[in-house]
Design a protein around this ligand. Sequence first.
Ligand SMILES: *Cc1c(COP(=O)(O)O)cnc(C)c1O
Length: 398
Amino acid sequence: MENIINQQEQVLMHTYNRYPVVLDHGEGVYLYDINGKKYLDFVSGIAVFALGYANGEYNNVLKEQLDKLIHTSNYFYSEPALAAAKKLVKATGMDRVFFTNSGTEAIEGAIKLARKYYYKKYGKADSEIIAMEHSFHGRSMGALSVTGTKKYRDAFEPLIGGAVFVPYNNINELKGRISDKTCAILIETVQGEGGIYPADPEYLKEVRQICDDKDIVLILDEIQCGMGRCGTMFAYEQYGITPDIVTTAKALGCGVPVGAFAAKESVANALEPGDHGTTYGGNPLATAAVSKVFDLFEQEQILSNVKVVGEYLQGKLLELKKDNNSIVTIRGKGMMLGLEFNIPVKDIIARALEKNLILISAGTKVIRFLPPLIIEKKHVDEMISIFKECIGMNGTNK
Ligand SMILES: *Cc1c(COP(=O)(O)O)cnc(C)c1O
């Protein structure tokens, strides 16, 4: 493994501090490295592998599509794109979708759509987008411009103009920054990278009302918290509201690179031929995956599993908190949970890896639990037992 790791560090740009593991294959909720060591995975490739690894039905659909047609360009129609779009429209409550290759591109598209909507209405291009502090929307210049972590942005200024940041879950600060130029408000329904912070129900309802009153486009970024992660297909369902634009990616393709932004008709029709495009986006391979993902979610009753086992996981984490005073709090919904410590969690994550458990942080003091949505209670028990050792609760803390 060391040999591969060293070689890879020579040829890839050093933008990540990677885990010292060379992965080989996966099965269900477990990953295996090239030496055959087995890991329990509570990250799922950052909320991607909702269906776990090596799902036979999913893989077969991709193999079949591979032999038929991978790519068409967007100048043609295809059956997988239609099937996927119909299912996504139904699941989101939106009217039209645009498929992208990533979450970042979904955000780019959402920003362009909101700006175009404003431009068509007022005939000028001076709009502003209000985004949240500690938000994360991606690394491209546009998505970075609305990402609320200054240290990610600083070296890359000047970014796109017209981005305004306000504290999350603070309605008065938000109201104070709304102007005639506000074209959109962009919110993660549950903040992911920022530390697993769900929106307050009252807050989100008020934001929806403000957007209705002032004809401002509400964009909800559900790239991480959507696709069943929080116990409903999209997290905003739990708030009794719908956005005007929703962005999705990560678990949308369960491993195939695909994202999308979907919008209500009144907003979506602002984009006209020539306004936006992509070579790969929504190709038959990616959309065959998306379409199958929706089918498998129903077939395997993923949402009810997230509710039941997610609650079980949350209960187990709460028990840990009772007996460990380095744990400050637990936040999140469904199987998107954050455990906040009063100490940096880097060492805990390293110890977990040594003990064959894959975990990830969100910031320096929060451990983020994003297991495959198919985990069972026994996997939670297995995780908790290893995790206890990692935080010095089972006697052994090495
Ligand atoms: C991961 C993520 C993105 C970026 O998606 P990519 O597929 O990495 O481009 C955007 N928004 C949120 C909330 C995310 O979690």
